[in-house]
Design a protein around this ligand. Sequence first.
Ligand code: C5P
Length: 221
Amino acid sequence: MLNKTYLVTAGPTHEQIDPVRYIGNYSSGKMGFAIAERLAELGAKVILVAGPVSIETQNPSILRVDVISADQMFEKCHAYFPTCDGAIMVAAVADYKPVHFSPEKMKRSDEILTLSLCPNPDIAASLGQIKRKDQVLVGFALETANDEKKAMLKLQKKNLDLIVLNSLGDHQAGFKFDTNKVTILDQSGVVFTSELKLKSEIAIDIVNKIIETQQSRVGMF
Ligand code: C5P
């Protein structure tokens, strides 16, 4: 029985342009949901902050908090993180949002349209700044080149304990697919590499690594 509480983020965020349009991405939420299910199966309390996805949670013990935008996800994560033993940031948060929301549907014209965008808050990095020593923070990285080096820089920049790297170059891995292939790194380098397998199986590997990381710290503080 895993007597701990975890925050998991999953899915994309949608950044509204006008009442009928948004900026989004192809994240299905499957990997984050699989991790939430695995943690719940082991008896952990799970708070799943989910962007707009079309999948359901299976385990009734999961507390699902639905959000649309990165700002909403930021707010919910900060509300729940202090009560958690760890956070697993799987969501594909939009990097940018429109500077202005148009309350009226924008009209078509023959002119070139320029949309001004401003950066969204980095939720994982902001949790990394307030993380306590007893909390574990896990991020994801989706890269297309120089993968491990970039993932390691990301781990350091965001003050993560573990980073899970998906490579877009891997066939059938990453966004939309039911399968994935990952490499897990900690501050010392690569600590785990998986085969291509079901996201539910990858979730078991990731959760095992998280538990191992927390257990190795027992007695350290
Ligand atoms: O910097 P990049 O977007 O590649 O970082 C990916 C990791 O950071 C993922 O764990 C993602 O959930 C998290 N992230 C976040 N808030 C953002 C951007 C990324 O929590 N605005």
